[in-house]
Design a binder for this molecule. Structure first.
Ligand SMILES: *[C@@H]1O[C@H](CO)[C@@H](O)[C@H](O)[C@H]1NC(C)=O
Ligand SMILES: *[C@@H]1O[C@H](CO)[C@@H](O)[C@H](O)[C@H]1NC(C)=O
Ligand SMILES: *[C@@H]1O[C@H](CO)[C@@H](O)[C@H](O)[C@H]1NC(C)=O
Length: 417
């Protein structure tokens, strides 16, 4: 208890609160009843496409939970003759208690506004509402994939913050967009989040899960480290101390480890991995909060770059970057460079190549473990390989050979973990 309190105080002292701001909507959504963000999409599509479109914003089709909501949606859509729009309800039978709202939070038994005689699932399980006419504001059943119509999406409100990915009162910081080292093992990733007043992400609803998947729809990243840990047998919890109120652990068997990655491209499930695995990661912090100064990380920085390539430096400590001479221009022939990487005794070194390009079988990059064992002999073109030392030192040697001009050599980042 005591230590947690002092932790909180220390943590808060790094924060500056912009202002206690009113709820806002982003991405072209409109604030309705100070509570919901709605957006009307008039281009007619089938139900599944409408759901997919809303999901891109971390939303669903609009969920209408009471008469106030229903009136607000009607007002928002406007009295447009002939306009019908999908809403976020799906019926399994003609009994409204089997009509489920898209937000996963219950059924239409407590409130619905079905037109007389509806729902009729023989017509289809999906539901739309009319904007005008005698059926204005009422709900009608329709076949999901046969008809195309307009739709209204709903996303949660958020707060003002200049961050790039602002959703439901939080900023999401993707490591590949905002970190010198886009992939890291768990402990280093948490440190990196902390430097942004954030924590590795915790996830609390299907909507949030979908939002995160949409963040990764473009980058070529298939899995990210999230802020869950588990002991064995499986008892997962969030490192930001929020409640474990929504679980999405992969039902596939066979994964072990205390950390979790989320399969962002496929099913969004969370599967166990070794915490030492270096991976892309996602941080999350409340909106309206920023670090007033980056708290000095307990890192000893590599001495001034009189020699920016690191070639033949007496010692490179903790974290930094090494390259072949003249990188990214062509290395001179002949070149020979040694790089000695080291860190504190309790830690290991990860070496993350960003690229290798040498004259095949002449130019080589050798990587040696702490005990001298060779981990790699790279030649020709090689991609973003990663190597880990078993103890706290690592040696890299670059040799050009005597032939082959015009190759850029190599660049790699290193980091203690
Ligand atoms: C990136 O990180 C810096 C601090 O390291 C922070 O000030 C900035 O807001 C972050 N940018 C984004 C887009 O999250
Ligand atoms: C995506 O990354 C994988 C390896 O991480 C690579 O094999 C693949 O070629 C990449 N695809 C694209 C389109 O860049
Ligand atoms: C680095 O040191 C080696 C001897 O260990 C030397 O042959 C080489 O020329 C040095 N490289 C540079 C770029 O000074």
């Amino acid at each position: 208890m005591h230590s947690f309190q002092s932790f909180s105080i220390t943590f808060l002292s790094f924060l500056v609160v912009f202002s206690v701001s009113d709820p806002i909507c982003n991405n072209g959504f409109t604030l309705v009843n100070s509570a919901k963000c709605l957006r009307l999409f008039t281009g007619p599509v089938r139900h599944r496409a409408a759901e997919a479109s809303c999901a891109v914003y971390g939303g669903t089709l609009v969920t209408i939970r009471n008469a106030v909501d229903n009136r607000a949606v009607s007002t928002f859509v406007g009295n447009t003759p002939g306009l019908s729009f999908w809403i976020g309800v799906y019926c399994l039978t003609n009994d409204p208690s089997t009509c489920y709202f898209d937000d996963d939070l219950g059924t239409a038994s407590s409130y619905n506004n079905f037109a007389k005689g509806f729902p009729v699932v023989d017509l289809g399980g999906c539901v739309y509402s009319a904007a005008a006419g005698t059926l204005a504001g009422q709900w009608i059943s329709a076949e999901c994939e046969d008809v195309e119509m307009a739709y209204v999406c709903e996303i949660p409100t958020t707060k003002t913050d200049p961050c790039a990915h602002n959703y439901n009162g939080y900023c999401y910081l993707m490591s590949h967009e905002n970190s010198t080292f886009p992939t890291m093992p768990f402990t280093s990733a948490e440190d990196s989040c902390h430097q942004n007043c954030a924590e590795l992400v915790s996830i609390h609803s299907r909507r949030e899960l979908t939002y995160i998947q949409s963040l990764y729809s473009t980058p070529n990243i298939s899995a990210v480290l999230i802020g869950a840990l588990t002991t064995s047998p499986l008892t997962p919890y969030w490192v930001d101390q929020s409640r474990w109120d929504y679980g999405h652990v992969s039902p596939r068997s066979g994964s072990t480890g205390s950390c979790f990655q989320m399969a962002v491209k496929t099913d969004g499930t969370w599967y166990q991995v070794d915490c030492k695995t270096s991976q892309y990661f996602l941080c999350k912090r409340p909106t309206g909060v920023t670090c007033n100064s980056t708290p000095a990380p307990p890192v000893i920085v590599t001495p001034a770059p009189t020699n920016p390539t690191g070639c033949n430096s007496t010692s490179l400590f903790d974290s930094g970057r090494i390259t072949s001479p003249n990188y990214p221009s062509a290395y001179p022939i002949p070149s020979l460079c040694n790089y000695r990487l080291s860190t504190l005794g309790a830690y290991r070194i990860g070496l993350y190549f960003t690229g290798v390009s040498t004259y095949t079988n002449y130019g080589y990059v050798y990587v040696y473990d702490s005990n001298g064992a060779r981990l790699a002999a790279l030649t020709g073109s090689a991609g973003a390989n990663t190597y880990y030392s078993t103890a706290n030192t690592m040696t890299v040697t670059f040799t050009s050979g005597t032939y082959g001009s015009g190759y850029s050599g190599f660049a790699a980042n290193f980091l203690s973990f």
